[in-house]
Ligand binder design. Structure first.
Ligand SMILES: C[S@@+](CC[C@H](N)C(=O)[O-])C[C@H]1O[C@@H](n2cnc3c(N)ncnc32)[C@H](O)[C@@H]1O
Length: 349
């Protein structure tokens, strides 16, 4: 089955080809679970030192030999593993990114996206469309960030924070390269999770002092990350609520936050930044931006994920500008930062 033809670029009138295309789209759910299997059963980790027979991997992992072989065979059909013959497999470049704890790893992102909270929410997707909002209360008994804040879900919450770090890896390099920090001494990463973004900025500019504001159960991971990078002397992490108050700063980083919330909630977050910003300060909002309708657009697909599990949405530039205008900001610069994400710098008006 081809890996292509999944976009809108196939104006086919051949019913057989169209049926095959639909089947190919549908099998995406299996692709996601094969990714999960390779990550969750540490198969990428077991193969880090070279090719191995499926049975040997199964023995190390304590999994079923034949089922493990079938999973590895499927993974080799979608480019995660390479088949070396005699039931032996090795990692491809993509497969290597499913190892744990390596630079650029996507493992936590895969596990969080296919994990309990988000996967269960997808089961209620049609209802979310009918009702016009996420059904996480039905799926999980509560809103998503409340779910992650419960002590019994702390492992999943930690995974989600690491997943945000994995996702950050897709855009931080581009954002750090594009953003000038001249004249900036204090930066607050609003909802900064494990602080990946602000820490990358601090590595690029040794004069910066950074702060992560996030929910109390999350900020410990930012402290740990700063320690790991030898930056704890310049980073503080504050547990708080961005709907109530944000600390003063010359620069706010608001990365993949607004897409979690409705317009009124976004306006509150941005207004809180506007009220606290130091004279001459600004904010950098990083989000996917919805482009031309009808073209292949990751932002519109990510928007479905937002509809399923949050109160938010992905927005187009006009919608962002309306939020900025309503909260005392004006967009001054916009640039792509990689993988469908854009940086939008806003100045106080
Ligand atoms: C989608 S994640 C984005 C994390 C990070 N900015 C990034 O791009 O990797 C949203 C973050 O907002 C945090 N958050 C949710 N509600 C919050 C609140 N009321 N106050 C502060 N942080 C909050 C979550 O804990 C989570 O870390």
């Amino acid at each position: 089955m081809s890996d292509t033809n999944r976009g809108t670029d196939v104006p086919s009138s051949d019913p057989a080809a169209d049926a095959a295309a639909i089947f190919d789209l549908l099998i995406g759910l299996v692709r996601a679970q094969v990714l999960r299997g390779i990550a969750a059963l540490h198969i990428a980790d077991h193969l880090s030192d070279g090719a191995m027979m499926a049975e040997e991997v199964a023995k190390r992992e304590g999994s079923h030999p034949q089922a493990t072989y079938r999973l590895m065979r499927a993974a080799s059909s979608i480019g995660l593993l390479s088949y070396e013959g005699d039931r032996r497999f090795s990692l491809t470049g993509r497969g290597r990114l499913l190892r744990s704890g390596v630079p650029g790893s996507m493992r936590s992102l895969v596990l969080a996206q296919t994990g309990q909270a988000l996967w269960q929410s997808w089961a209620h997707f049609s209802e979310a469309v009918r009702a016009g909002g996420a059904q996480t209360k039905k799926a999980l008994g509560m809103e998503i960030f409340e779910y992650y804040s419960k002590p019994e879900n702390s492992e999943e919450a930690a995974l989600f924070a690491q997943a945000m770090g994995n996702l950050s890896g897709l855009v931080t390099q581009g954002a750090v390269a594009a953003l000038s920090t001249a004249g900036v001494s204090t930066v607050v990463d609003v909802g900064g999770s494990n602080g990946d973004f602000v820490l990358a900025l601090m590595e690029a500019d040794p004069e910066l002092r950074g702060q992560v504001l996030d929910l109390p159960h999350v900020v410990e991971s930012a402290r740990g990350e700063a320690d790991k990078r030898g930056l704890s002397g310049r980073l503080s992490a504050v547990g708080g609520d961005f709907f109530v108050e944000v600390p003063p700063a010359d620069l706010y980083l608001v990365k993949t936050i607004l897409h979690d919330w409705d317009d009124d909630q976004c306006t509150t977050i941005l207004r809180n930044c506007r009220s606290a910003v130091n004279e001459g300060g600004r904010a950098l909002v990083v989000e996917m931006v919805v482009g031309e309708i009808g073209k292949p657009d990751l932002a519109t697909l990510s928007d479905m994920a937002m509809l399923t599990s949050t109160n938010g949405m992905e927005r187009d530039l006009d919608e962002f500008d309306a939020l900025f205008a309503a909260s005392g900001w004006r967009r001054s610069k916009t640039y792509p930062v990689g993988n469908g994400y854009f940086g939008m710098e806003v100045d106080a008006v």
